[in-house]
Design a protein. Structure first.
Length: 358
């Protein structure tokens, strides 16, 4: 990435690495000449000029030549884990922004009282030159106070990525929902369906609170896909038993099966315990667990602080390779489910004896 004036620019070599293009740099240049991808600016460097694409041109390149294409849209995704500290919001943000950089129109809805994903997305908004506002409206103002749905939507520096941020009224929203009839369907009927119909989003992604409440259950009932990051540590392994029991009960009570459900091992470290927990997840959850996992890495936090995807910030890092593997698996699973594969029914898993073995 290079700055030309005040704008970020990306060379042909950088774009090839960012999107993991197997073709040569010349293939990218040929695609530009044929009009398959946007025309790059010619930037003078000494006596020669090189091609440089701007950030707002990247989504079209990703759509034509990238690795994340959701075939059948729209799709609603919930990222949820019962335990905090699993990298849930990092995974939600990285997946959302990377999908947006492949020209999927994405809306992120924050449901975590810690405001983790809102704080990351506010950096992306600031990159657009828009300052944060303390009086931004959230879902409570829309559902309980009559604010318009459009007024909640905030833009970022990518034209294909928007968000509805968390506000301090999230706790009150849970109380409000509990007083309503058909409370579990409110987010689907009053939020998700109007957003898709009126604004044409391809992907709506909920970053859920790491607790179980009515807001979370309503988000899950509105979702086609559930992504659950589980930390590769002993406490996360213990929590996974409660987690699967809750999900199984939820599916029975709501008669709701997910098209796709993926367990993602996260915060993996090179010690024996972490590796054993990761192996346990794969044994317990079998095909529901991703083959790829996400290692603990400081570069992820650095990218989040800047409001950037790893695709932009650290495309040559091992952390990006981890995320590419996981994001590809999730997207492939979504596409297969949309092609007619059976929906996913979750069963509780007993882990007490398994934990003692570790």
């Amino acid at each position: 990435m290079q700055n030309v004036g005040n704008e970020k620019k990306y060379s042909a070599s950088q774009v090839s690495k960012m999107y993991r293009l197997e073709a040569t740099k010349q293939t990218l240049i040929n695609a530009e000449e044929r009009g398959v991808i946007p025309t790059a600016e010619r930037v003078q460097r000494g006596k020669t000029a090189y091609r440089a694409w701007s950030l707002d041109q990247l989504p079209k390149i990703g759509e034509s030549m990238g690795y994340l294409q959701i075939k059948t849209k729209p799709v609603v995704i919930a990222v949820y884990s019962l335990k905090g500290g699993t990298g849930k919001s990092s995974l939600a943000f990285q997946y959302a922004r990377t999908l947006a950089l492949h020209n999927n129109k994405v809306l992120v809805i924050g449901l975590d009282a810690q405001r983790s994903i809102t704080q990351i997305l506010e950096k992306s908004k600031r990159n657009l030159g828009v300052m944060d506002s303390d009086d931004s409206d959230g879902l409570y103002q829309y559902l309980a106070k009559g604010k318009s749905l459009e007024s909640l939507i905030q833009n970022t520096d990518i034209p294909t990525l928007d968000f509805i941020g968390e506000t301090i009224e999230l706790a009150i929203l849970d109380v409000f929902l509990n007083q309503q009839t058909r409370k579990e369907y409110i987010l689907r009927e009053k939020v998700v369906q109007p957003l898709i119909k009126r604004f044409g989003y391809d992907v709506i992604l909920f970053d859920c609170n790491p607790a179980w409440n009515t807001v979370v259950s309503s988000a899950l009932a509105a979702s086609d896909v559930l992504i659950s990051p589980l930390g590769a540590d002993i406490n996360s392994l213990k929590a996974s038993q409660i987690f699967t029991e809750l999900l199984a009960d939820f599916q029975d009570d709501m008669n709701h099966n997910f098209d796709t459900f993926m367990i993602v091992p996260t915060m993996v470290e090179p010690n024996k315990l972490s590796q054993n927990v990761q192996a346990r997840y794969r044994l317990d959850y079998d095909t529901l667990c991703t083959v790829n996992s996400i290692r603990r890495a400081i570069v992820v936090q650095e990218a989040n602080v800047l409001g950037l995807s790893l695709l932009e910030y650290a495309y040559d890092s091992g952390a990006y390779e981890d995320f590419v593997g996981v994001m590809r698996e999730i997207t492939d699973a979504i596409n297969k489910a949309r092609d007619g594969v059976d929906t996913v029914k979750i069963s509780p898993i007993t882990t007490k004896e398994q934990i003692s073995e570790i």
